[in-house]
Design a protein around this ligand. Structure first.
Ligand SMILES: [Zn+2]
Length: 330
């Protein structure tokens, strides 16, 4: 029997099968500029010849998937389908799904609580059918004005007992590089509030060369997240790796994603990163980030890291054990 897997870093915007998105778009009368299904598929998959940076990758989210998922019915089905697919395809029995509900309500046209309730319904149905454990993380956005991010934290706290297990901070890295004092101060309060309310905390940082190890250190010191999305730039600085080790901060590595967005140049570089992190006793996990957008899944990520010598079999087991320890699920 294949082993059970766990995925801690997967975005709803990159995890729904194209045929489901196509169906949802039509169901809602969404006006698509594609007449043909295959044309649509090409537009929503991050092919290497099309995606050269993290920005190119995120543009696919903003342009298509987030909009198509922007109704209670669409978000419910999206989440339901992701959990089922990950279990059937990769035997993922524990999954933390992240998304920004405020990017699913058409700029306030749809009611945020309706979107959240629908997403929880989708999750509940899938958990019941497949006997898996799942939780939602709400992604704050670095490009959002502070009051919108504050609302997201309040909503995460409000729905904590219903299955929202944590918060994340996503968006492009540019604003993270700056980490303006006022901005950090602001996230610090939000992160502290989420932590006090019993939510898990993670932050996207240290993904591209843009943030570097300093960006990772600033986030760890000031926001004190339980985990970091990517964080691979820490490898360039011994002090930052020591900080991660001391705090026990867990890195959520997403190998295929890093290769597609060119955050990492090659499997050789990925192997080097993993070797250094493991050598310095930094805790790491393997995740998908966006399985359909990146044409991967958890089983494939695990197979790829072994095939390319990034991790040995025993280290894969270790990464899975770290993920089970570091999950925000009960
Ligand atoms: Zn991510």
């Amino acid at each position: 029997m294949p082993r059970e897997l766990i995925d801690l870093h997967i975005h709803v915007g990159g995890a729904v099968a194209p045929h489901i998105l196509w169906s949802l778009a039509h169901q809602q009368g969404y006006k698509l500029p594609f007449k043909d299904y295959w044309e649509f598929c090409e537009a929503i998959v991050a092919r290497p010849e099309k995606v050269h940076t993290l920005e190119d990758y995120l543009a696919i989210f903003h342009q298509w998937t987030e909009k198509i998922q922007s109704s209670p019915a669409a978000i419910e089905r999206s989440i339901y389908e992701i959990i089922g697919k990950e279990y059937r395809g990769s035997r993922v029995t524990q999954i933390e799904l992240r998304f920004n509900p405020m990017k699913r309500n058409l700029g306030g046209e749809r009611d945020l609580d309706h979107i959240i309730h629908a997403s929880l319904r989708g999750m509940d149905r899938a958990c019941l059918e497949y006997g898996v454990k799942a939780g939602l993380l709400f992604c704050l956005d670095r490009e959002f004005p502070p009051h919108l991010n504050e609302i997201l934290v309040e909503k995460a706290i409000k729905y904590r007992s219903r299955g929202v297990v944590g918060i994340d901070l996503a968006g492009t890295e540019q604003s993270a590089v700056e980490l303006r004092p006022a901005e950090v101060e602001h996230y610090r309060d939000m992160y502290a509030r989420a932590r006090e309310a019993g939510l898990g905390t993670t932050v996207h940082t240290g993904e591209t060369h843009g943030t570097g190890a300093d960006g990772v250190a600033a986030v760890v010191e000031q926001l004190r997240p339980d985990r970091i999305g990517h964080g691979i730039r820490a490898v360039t600085d011994e002090r930052v790796m020591a900080l991660l080790r001391e705090r026990g901060t867990v890195l959520e590595l997403c190998p295929t994603s890093n290769l597609v967005t060119r955050a990492v140049e090659s499997w050789d570089e990925m192997r080097h990163i993993a070797r250094v992190l493991l050598d310095r006793k930094v805790r790491l996990t393997i995740n998908t980030d966006g399985p359909y957008l990146l044409d991967t899944d958890m089983a494939r990520e695990v197979a790829l890291v072994v095939e390319h010598g990034v991790l040995g079999e025993a280290e894969v087991e270790q990464a899975l054990a770290v993920a089970r320890e570091a999950t925000f699920l009960d």
